[in-house]
Ligand binder design. Structure first.
Ligand SMILES: Cc1cc2nc3c(=O)[nH]c(=O)nc-3n(C[C@H](O)[C@H](O)[C@H](O)COP(=O)(O)OP(=O)(O)OC[C@H]3O[C@@H](n4cnc5c(N)ncnc54)[C@H](O)[C@@H]3O)c2cc1C
Length: 348
């Protein structure tokens, strides 16, 4: 079989790249093992305009967010699903420093476009002695989008539910061959598994583990994202995603008892109403050392490429960067220099 692109991985990165390459009329073959604890399958899907302790506007958010919203709405239409929701983020201040930092930004452009007055009616639900603020955000329901796109790829006959063994890749003239498929390009969208990729070990990834709980909070009836020391994200039917945290030293990818206790302690500090824990999730985030994604073709094996390093913001970054990469691959449109993997290879 001959194809334009083999894509390895169908998390949010592989999903976006295959979506845009198919729109360009290219043929793709997508391989994915559907690892249940991959980052995209565990994530809350929050899109948040302000980040960090200083409430800076997230990197290129004014460009990334509208593009992401448009893309997800187009995918909803095409796939007949609902997965993208504009949602306010109710910030409940965990400290006076955070509240003061926010107040300093309240009237500063460009962030102020995303700030709204806070509602007054949450005092009965949440511990909020230092007050609240409201920010415009959104969520992407990855647990709906990814299976729907997977199913679409299956119907097109271009999904392979198996693990790619990179050591079986071989040159075939100007192309790469994997088993019986000859491809012009092989693009790795494998999330944290990139750490074991023989061809891409120059790229300096800084992986970290995050954990979250799924909790039932009967009658909370809250449709906002609520953020204090953890975030509470509505999943429907009184179920909420509650997380997460950052672990830089970890022994495995599994949920741990100590983290569960710590997440429960954060929930106790947030909620005035009872909850029950229904599930515990953990995954490894694929981040890079300079916190910018890693996108592009290998400088010395240009049939090999990578779309990875989406860190904590896969849902806001993947549509724009996936589109740009597809445009680069098909029409040689220039990439964003700060995401180009050439930075790791000392190449011009
Ligand atoms: C706890 C937690 C919470 C998060 N919350 C948010 C959030 O609210 N908002 C947000 O934007 N981001 C969030 N993130 C980050 C987000 O999950 C990542 O940015 C994003 O999911 C990375 O997507 P990816 O496609 O690069 O990798 P992945 O999601 O890891 O996907 C890689 C895929 O490749 C497959 N694969 C790997 N190797 C192979 C192989 N050799 N052969 C075949 N298949 C293979 C895997 O099975 C997987 O399906 C969170 C992350 C964590 C851990």
């Amino acid at each position: 079989m001959q194809t334009d692109f083999i894509i390895v991985g169908q998390g949010i990165a592989g999903t976006m790249l295959s979506w845009f390459l198919l729109q360009e009329g290219k043929s793709v073959q997508v391989f994915d093992v559907e690892k249940p604890n991959s980052s995209s399958r565990v994530a809350a899907g929050i899109m948040n305009p302000v980040s960090g302790r200083k409430f800076e506007l997230a990197w290129m958010y004014d460009t990334f967010y509208p593009f992401a919203a448009d893309t997800y709405r187009q995918m909803e239409q095409k796939l007949g699903i609902s997965c993208f929701t504009e949602r306010d983020i109710l910030h409940i201040w965990p400290s006076e420093q955070m509240r003061d930092a926010f107040e300093k930004r309240r009237n500063t452009a460009p962030q102020k476009e995303y700030f709204k007055p806070a509602p007054l009616t949450t005092d009965n639900l949440f511990h909020q002695p230092l007050g609240t603020a409201m920010v415009k955000g959104a969520t992407l329901d990855l647990r709906t989008l990814l299976p729907a796109w997977r199913n679409h790829l299956k119907q097109l006959g271009c999904l392979h539910e198996e693990e790619v063994d990179v050591m079986q890749l071989a040159m075939d003239g100007d192309c790469l061959k994997y088993k019986d498929i000859t491809a012009s390009y092989v693009i790795f969208c494998e999330g944290a598994a990139i750490a074991h990729n023989y061809y891409l070990n120059e790229i300096q990834f800084l992986l970290n583990k995050g954990e979250a709980l799924l909790v039932k909070v009967p009658g909370l009836g809250n449709e906002h994202i609520v953020k204090k020391s953890i975030s509470l994200v509505p999943q429907g039917n009184d179920l909420y995603w509650a997380g997460s945290n950052f672990q830089w030293d970890y022994e495995d990818e599994l949920p741990g008892e100590a983290q569960r206790k710590s997440l429960e302690a954060s929930l106790d500090e947030l909620l005035k109403v009872p909850y029950t824990v229904e599930g515990h999730l953990a995954a490894i985030r694929p981040s890079t050392k300079n916190r910018r994604p890693a996108v592009g073709l290998h400088p010395t094996v240009p049939q090999l490429g990578v779309f990875n390093g989406l860190g904590t913001k896969g849902c806001s970054l993947a549509p724009y960067l996936g589109h740009l990469f597809a445009q680069n691959l098909v029409k040689e449109v220039p990439m964003l220099p700060e995401t180009d993997i050439k930075r790791y290879f000392n190449a011009p």
